[in-house]
Design a protein around this ligand. Structure first.
Ligand code: ADP
Ligand code: MG
Length: 221
């Protein structure tokens, strides 16, 4: 599903402040795997997720996602590829606080040009799946942290991507909501999704779900 070989990311290359954020990363992730990418702050987790989701280009190396060499795709194809294949759950949720749950999710469906009827069905289905349907008409600013995160997950899922990337997904959650998040991950694994979770939260240390832990340190795994 994801193949990374000899990947390097250098920030400010050939400048006095040159910095190797990722060094010679080799990583193969199979369909339906759950990967816990574990490392302290600054170890390169977000950089790696950004490259897998093609928000950022690698300096060099091979990045193949679902058979596509994404580092080589032209920009106009990248956004389309991401829309159809990758759901991203951001640490800070990145929701529009003044809009409703429904409006936040519609935003992800606009490029698809579906009919209103199809949009409505997709939104209802995903909100029910993530158990946040009862808040459909609520403004985001009225939701708790756990509820906001469920909306962020629903938005990441609405276009039915095979790959879900989560960056520090429990950082803004209390313990109970973190456990709910882990239940959702388990549910998504059963649906066949491939999931990468970047985290330094110890709650992921002994998960009951079938997952592979990868340690990242100073940009190396
Ligand atoms: P993590 O997500 O594990 O906390 P990051 O991937 O965000 O780590 O960052 C890895 C390292 O790369 C950090 O030392 C960070 O300061 C550095 N870094 C990240 N983005 C940039 C950038 N745009 N320019 C320069 N350095 C960066
Ligand atoms: Mg990070």
């Amino acid at each position: 599903m994801i193949k990374i070989e000899k990947l390097n990311k250098i920030f400010n290359e050939n400048k006095p402040n040159q910095f190797y954020a990722l060094k010679d990363i080799n990583l193969h992730i199979d369909k339906n795997e759950v990967i816990i990418l574990k490392g302290v702050s600054g170890s390169g987790k977000s950089t790696l997720l950004s490259i897998i989701s093609s928000f950022m280009k690698p300096t060099n190396g091979l990045v193949v996602v679902k058979g596509e060499h994404i580092a080589k795709l032209p920009d106009k194809h990248i956004s389309n590829f991401r829309l159809n294949n990758i759901g991203f759950v951001f640490q800070s949720f990145n929701l529009f606080d003044q809009l409703t749950v429904e409006q936040n999710i519609i935003a992800s469906l606009i490029p698809k040009e579906y009919t209103q009827e199809i949009c409505d069905k997709k939104i209802d289905d995903v909100l029910k799946l993530i158990n946040i349907f009862h808040k459909k008409g609520q403004t985001i600013s009225n939701l708790s942290g756990g509820e906001k995160q469920r909306v962020a997950i629903a938005r990441a899922l609405v276009n039915e991507p095979d790959i879900i990337l989560c960056d520090e997904p429990t950082a803004a959650l209390d313990y109970d909501n973190s456990l709910i998040f882990i239940d959702i991950i388990e549910q998504l694994q059963k649906l066949g999704k491939t999931i990468v979770i970047a985290t330094h939260d110890t709650i992921f240390n002994d998960l009951s779900i079938d997952c592979r832990v990868i340690d990242i340190k100073n940009g190396e795994i």
